[in-house]
Design a protein around this ligand. Structure first.
Ligand SMILES: *Cc1c(COP(=O)(O)O)cnc(C)c1O
Length: 373
């Protein structure tokens, strides 16, 4: 019999979710919107420390509305993280904008503030920046915020992977003018699928709600002055979110424990864990490694991935940098110290970081990795 698969990051449900779903069923408040949506928005905004929030069908939808709120126009350059999931940057294209990719720094694997400065030298009229917190590790958000401010640019923070991570004592998802969360199935908490846009700007969130419900004017008949979208989260889905939010810090603690068990278990190998800034407290959504350059002749990430897969254990290459994606061929890429993103991609691997993984299972993962060297 094939043994139970160990996942990278799968949904972890607790039962509280069902209570809120049942409430919605009992009231026949199944769709759309409703009290679960209102409470989920309020509770999440309070948790993050941002004034207003709009619950949406996905993180990607939230990013799209953030790009619209930033007013990105046809042909306009947007400076964005390079080493990230494609959903961070696709919405720029939805609005006809042009991605310019900013290389990572080694300290957090996130957008390099120096490269961002260099990009503003080259594109001084740029008005929008999108920064992601990779694998739950906060970027140098205060520095990036200061650079955006000094150039009068709007900062969009993609905190899809970093819910509950803090940087200098402040929650990620609260640094941008517009902030994005995702509740996709593999994220720290999940609603099966969903996302949220957060901002202190009440008018912006009102506008996002308007766009997300087909831009329907507040009159009895269906009247529309703008193009709209069907992006709103349903009351059932929000019920799952309310239940999950009760467990967000517990999930964070488990992910942290997983990270440090890997760090300890792998410490004698020529590898490094994904690094973080000393003043941050990451959620360690995914534990990742890079193999030291001089050990790449002995073992590659692909060798480890295949060895794990043979034992029915999931691992995954690091996100392939955006400037290396065929779909973005020809886009500009700004770096200050070679191509850091490509280097991390080449030497890196995401390890199974599932909340339900037992210590015994994780030790098995560690033993398999050791056997590859
Ligand atoms: C998951 C993710 C998104 C997109 O969220 P969805 O809810 O899946 O649309 C955006 N950015 C990053 C960095 C992500 O990891």
């Amino acid at each position: 019999m094939k043994k139970k698969r160990i996942y990278l990051s799968s949904p972890t449900m607790h039962g509280d979710e069902q209570k809120y779903i049942k409430e919605a069923f009992d009231a026949n408040w199944v769709a759309p919107l409703g009290p679960n949506v209102d409470r989920f928005e309020r509770d999440m905004a309070e948790y993050i420390g941002v004034k207003h929030a709009a619950a949406l069908v996905s993180g990607t939808a939230a990013l799209h509305l953030a790009v619209k709120l930033a007013g990105v126009k046809l042909g306009e350059v947007v400076l964005c993280s390079d080493l990230t999931f494609v959903a961070t940057v696709n919405p720029i294209s939805y609005e006809g904008g042009v991605q310019v990719f900013i290389d990572s720094e080694r300290e957090t694997w996130n957008m390099n503030p120096k490269a961002l400065e260099r990009a503003f030298d080259k594109y001084p009229s740029c008005k929008t920046v999108i920064v992601a917190n990779l694998y739950g590790i906060p970027a140098k958000l205060d520095e990036i915020q200061a650079i955006c401010d000094s150039h009068g640019a709007i900062m969009i923070e993609d905190a899809a992977e970093s819910l509950s991570s803090t940087y200098k004592g402040k929650q990620t998802g609260s640094f941008g003018n517009y902030n994005v969360l995702s509740f996709n199935g593999n994220k720290l908490i999940t609603t099966s699928g969903g996302g949220m846009l957060l901002s202190d700007d009440e008018e912006a969130i009102k506008k996002a709600r308007y766009w997300s419900t087909q831009s329907r004017d507040p009159v009895p008949w269906y009247q529309h002055r703008e193009i709209g979208y069907n992006y709103r989260m349903s009351n059932i889905v929000a019920g799952i979110g309310r239940g999950q939010l009760l467990h967000v810090d517990e999930h964070k603690r488990i992910k942290e424990r997983i990270y440090y068990l890997y760090k300890e278990g792998l410490k004698d190998l020529p590898i490094k864990m994904n690094p973080y800034h000393v003043e941050s407290r990451p959620n360690f959504w995914l534990s990742c490694i890079t193999i030291n350059s001089d050990a790449m002749s002995v073992c590659t990430p692909e060798k480890i991935r295949l060895a794990l897969e043979k034992e029915n254990i999931e691992s995954r290459p690091i996100w392939k940098p955006m400037h290396l994606q065929p779909v973005f061929a020809g886009r500009d890429f700004i770096s200050v110290e070679g191509d850091v993103g490509a280097d991390i991609f080449e030497r890196g691997l995401c390890l199974p970081s599932d909340i339900k993984m037992t210590e015994e299972e994780q030790n098995e993962v560690i033993d398999i990795i050791k056997s590859c060297f």
